[in-house]
Unconditional design. Sequence first.
Length: 236
Amino acid sequence: MVWRIEADTARNLLAVETRNTETGKPLFSAFDSRTGVSFIHEKPYGDRNWALAGTADRKLVIRSYGQNSPEGAGIACIDANNGHVLWEQFHYVLVGMAGTRLAVRHRNLAGGYEQHLDLATGDLVKTGTTAGHPEEAPQVVIPLRYAYGIPDSLANYPAHGDIFYCEIGSRQVWAFHEAIQDMYRVRIVISSGLTIVADRVVLPDLVKMLPELFFVIGNQLFIVSDNKQEIVSYLV
């Protein structure tokens, strides 16, 4: 099952954590967000307490969680091109990630004293040294709930429940559920003003409604299937 998705939009890369449904152990994948071409596919690392923390510069950052707390010592970096483990640090707890700099705290310290690791090497770097300017890259866009009733462009659609909305360039993206007897389906409608440009049912035969329907990077729309075992992208 798809457990977590992180985007490195500057490198057109999606990192995905999946979980074995029987053991809970994590598997890590990376692929080109534009084409779907896979670089690494479900590489195992660690036990069920390890999880995907982020991705940047074509690298996946994996962190450990404590068995009885949200914090645990252990950070690893995996090359998204080939799945090789580039480095491991078992003495530090990951506090945060900003670009190619990781904020960490030594496992023996309760809090407050943070240090920084270089993403490429895993080595400590001096606080105050620059990490370079972040690259210009498209943002990950999460749609908003449309708060103004039924828009005119959707007047002829039997929308059920919330309508989700975002803009991509000059076009509007709408997503909503439709109730079909005792089942549901998700429809995506692309409009330009009152003109319908595209219309497609993207998730049919749902037993229940979904809380999140899609996300957007650039002019691509991404949908995770209801069984969380498939990611589909559409060009808008």
